[in-house]
Design a protein around this ligand. Sequence first.
Ligand code: ZN
Ligand code: ZN
Length: 398
Amino acid sequence: MVVRPIDLVNQPAPFQDRYKILQRLLDVLEKLKPNAKGKLNKLATGLELRVAKSSKSPQSYKFNMSILLRDLNKFQGDLSKIKIGHKPVAHSTPAVENKATKANAMEKLKSILIDVDTLEKNGYITSIGSAATATAIRSGDLQGDSEHAICLRCNTKFSKSEIMKKTLCRYHPLKKEYDRESKIHHYPCCGETAVSSSFLRLGCQTCDHHVFREQTYEGMSNITEFKDTRHVEGPENVLALDCEMAYTSLGYEMIRLTIVDFFTSKTLFDEIVRPIGQMIDLNSQFSGIHEIKESDSLSYDECMQRVLTSSLINKDSILIGHGLENDVNVMRILHRKIIDTAILYSKGRFKTSLKNLAFENINRKIQSGEHDSSEDAIATMDVVKSKIGIPIAQKEWN
Ligand SMILES: [Zn+2]
Ligand SMILES: [Zn+2]
């Protein structure tokens, strides 16, 4: 079937030019959207018509068309990111967003799984055999020894066995930032500068205890043994996962776990978890959790029993998260099929925050106040969807 441009009263360019450019547009779309073959003629004529309508001269028509072709390639055919004449395309042409198939999405997801070497370099423990290597890599971290720890907030070295003895830890909850204009560091939590003479420079908040975090396989497994997901049978599934953590007498522990299904966007699991150690700080500012009630929370063991099952995390699950090593380590699971957006979008050693990734890639504002593991899991999953070019809103798959 020959595809022809739709006639306009005021043609911005000769019919012949519009005809040629429409065929080129169709070629580009065929490469970008191989699954939408039957709908591409309609999509191409629709897009060409919009460019034609928003152009006033042959020059502007050519220019606008070249922008469209450039953006189609740049965003890999994701219409939600493309504008014609400053107006987004996606809203006015909802029928043309092609549906992805499950098989196609699985194939794309598998192509961005992080390899085991990279996982281990980023603090993942993928098997007990590999734990020695991971430990060696991370032993350069400030972490003291098996009996001592260095406070993550104030850098004081302290004895882990005395962590519940009352002391004074003064700290800033947010990391200092460098201000290029004044050439000094300041703390965004309180505005205090690193060169201030006020004692507030040492910290705008206080806590009765220091805090630490086990970083090595040995340290973590001394508290709770790791569980290998290889022993959990079940069908292949794709899950986005996010934990909130708190500081306790045993270091860093999970206090909330959210698991969202990649294909349906349904929350499959979302529970508050009681830590094993004594609570020091719920990190409410970040975790969004202000109290843990015995009646509506699970113990760590109950939580893991419910999560490591065929319908949730099993040996073939693909787990999606941002900086997911923190989550799987507090969960104490060994797993190898992982898509980590912090690694996927890292530039050298520099990792972008989920907040920035969500804003840049899916135009969504998250973490404007306290964090919410459900919001974070969904945002991470949607960043991955946009990365592999499948519609974020799609809920039905075949
Ligand atoms: Zn501060
Ligand atoms: Zn401290």
